[in-house]
Design a protein around this ligand. Structure first.
Ligand code: IPE
Ligand code: IPE
Ligand code: MG
Length: 249
């Protein structure tokens, strides 16, 4: 029986973020090129987005390409970018049908012009959709994002738009790329590594972390349900005591 029946709809996370890792190892296990793992990874993306939308998850952020991934061999980067263009092009009609809005975070200026055009076209086309927001983290790293935010705030101070004493956690949050979304409630990392790899360092402050050995191409709806059932068993205290939480549960 599907684990979906065990999910409590009133306790769903608003925002799920995923580090989609393990494509290369999935391909290596089959003596195939890494690019085949990425292609199969795109199938897992489709399943996951569909499941999240069906459940009514408001934000789904997928770490698709990190700043550090630019250091991979050129052939792999080219294959990934080609797959990205192809997937966005092919999936935009499905995003429209399913009322899903696409957004992107990261240093998008580093993407080539064709990739940027396709991406911006899809973002524009889906901008009025309201069911779920799918955020692609592309050429993204949290240290890059925080550094950009610091520059923005420093400029605002220089131009007397804000004083140093007025800078608050809200000022920082609003200067980040992610200002349009709430912090993730749940972070899933596939592929067995227990690390954050420069993803959403500011935003993950109180996020529940879920690590699974499943390689990303093997991830699917049922694996997402499993993560959600696990998430719903946790008590999120945000620094308080259990007793303090009881009345609001
Ligand atoms: C994740 O899979 C996809 C990207 C980082 C683009 P990997 O390509 O990192 O796969 P592994 O970790 O080498 O198995
Ligand atoms: C993290 O995976 C980045 C993405 C999933 C896009 P990596 O495979 O790049 O991370 P490390 O190198 O194992 O930390
Ligand atoms: Mg990896």
């Amino acid at each position: 029986m599907s684990l979906k029946t065990e999910i409590q709809p009133e306790r769903l996370p608003k925002h799920i973020a995923i580090i989609m890792d393990g494509n290369g190892r999935w391909a290596a296990q089959r003596s195939q090129e890494r690019s085949l793992g990425h292609e199969q990874g795109a199938v897992a993306v489709r399943q996951t987005v569909e499941a999240a939308a069906e459940l009514g998850i408001q934000f789904l952020t997928l770490y698709a390409f990190s700043t550090e991934n630019w250091n991979r061999p050129k052939e792999e980067i080219d294959a990934l970018m080609k797959l990205l263009v192809h997937s966005i092009h092919n999936e935009t009609p499905t995003l429209m049908e399913n009322n899903i809005r696409l957004r992107a975070i990261g240093d998008l200026d580093r993407l080539d012009i064709k990739t940027r055009e396709i991406l911006n076209g899809s973002i524009e086309k889906t901008s009025q959709n309201t069911r779920t927001t799918l955020v692609l983290a592309l050429s993204y790293s949290a240290r890059w994002e925080i550094t950009e935010a610091v520059k923005k705030i420093a400029n605002a101070v220089r131009q007397d738009q804000i004083s140093v004493d007025e800078i608050s956690t809200k000022t920082v949050s609003e200067a980040l790329n992610t200002t349009f979304m709430p912090s993730p409630d749940l972070l899933i990392r596939t592929g067995g590594e227990h690390r954050i790899s420069n993803f959403l360092l500011w935003q993950l402050a109180y996020t529940e972390l879920y690590f699974t050995d499943v390689l990303w191409p093997d991830f699917n709806k049922e694996k997402l349900y499993k993560a959600l059932v696990n998430y719903q068993k946790r008590e999120r205290r945000f620094g308080r005591t259990s007793q303090q939480l009881e009345p609001i549960q």
